[in-house]
Design a protein around this ligand. Structure first.
Ligand SMILES: [Zn+2]
Length: 261
């Protein structure tokens, strides 16, 4: 009788510990998943850099992170954790950076030019844009140097009609593979396009340049001039400074695009 009881007790204990262990494992796994999500959300917010925001906007970001953490902590599945993290990261992306003002000037696609007309959003655009943005934020780290510059194989980025980030690459590096990312091989690095932009901006008066912008869709630079007669001088300047590259410049005088030889 005692032996039977012992066996029963052992079995009971064994069974209990298995159930206990399984339950404990599931709980631990979700808890670990939540901890990782919170760490990655906090790291993402930190990577945005306090200096890039006004005090008010940085407070907003801190609030988004805190709310995101609360939502992650109360999530009951991994999917819910992913959603909460993606939503918080997307919300952070919408907060204006101070330096964005400078970028805006550079990124302005001229409405009057027909370099690359804006994309018509497809029906899947809004389903894809948030996960694509999250995947892009992961990938861009691999195209960023320790000093915060872009690597020389980064050729820019744009969001296409389906809400997918197209990362332009000189070469074929694909550091993050995701259904929500497209890698597009291009000729010019973003750093090169930016150097044309910077070079022309400082000489804008000399060449009657009223607007320069980088177009990441066609991997080129749009240059708008007031006077067509300045074009030879402009091209000479670019050649002298190793900034001239065929097929890279879209020069407009008024509405007319002039392709340099
Ligand atoms: Zn373009």
């Amino acid at each position: 009788m005692l032996k039977k009881l012992t066996i029963f007790c052992v079995m009971f204990l064994l069974l209990f510990s298995i159930i206990g262990l399984a339950a404990c494992n599931n709980g631990d796994e979700l808890a670990d998943y939540k901890t990782q999500a919170i760490e990655s959300l906090e790291a993402y917010a930190k990577s945005k850099g306090q200096d890039n925001y006004t005090a008010e906007n940085w407070e907003t970001i801190k609030t988004i992170v805190e709310n995101g953490k609360t939502t992650i902590n109360t999530a009951e599945s991994k999917e819910a954790v992913d959603t909460a993290k993606a939503e918080a990261m997307t919300a952070i992306m919408t907060i204006d950076e101070v330096t964005k003002k400078e970028k805006d000037v550079m990124y302005t696609l001229l409405e009057s030019s027909n370099c690359c007309p804006p994309f018509e959003q497809s029906s899947s655009y809004w389903d894809n844009i948030a996960p694509s943005a999250v995947a892009y934020e992961e990938a861009i780290i691999y195209f960023t140097t320790a000093t915060g510059e872009y690597t020389d194989d980064f050729g820019g980025v744009f969001v296409d009609e389906n809400g997918l980030h197209n990362i332009c690459v000189v070469g074929n590096r694909k550091p993050v593979i995701s259904d929500y990312l497209i890698y597009k091989q291009v000729e010019n690095s973003f750093n090169f396009l930016k150097s044309i932009f910077v070079g022309l901006e400082s000489e804008s008066q000399q060449f009657s340049v009223w607007q320069v912008s980088v177009c990441e869709v066609c991997n080129g630079v749009i240059i708008c001039l007031e006077s067509e007669s300045k074009i030879p001088l402009l091209i000479e300047y670019l050649k002298t400074n190793s900034l001239f590259k065929k097929g890279t410049l879209n020069i407009f005088v008024g509405e007319n695009q002039i392709v340099p030889n």
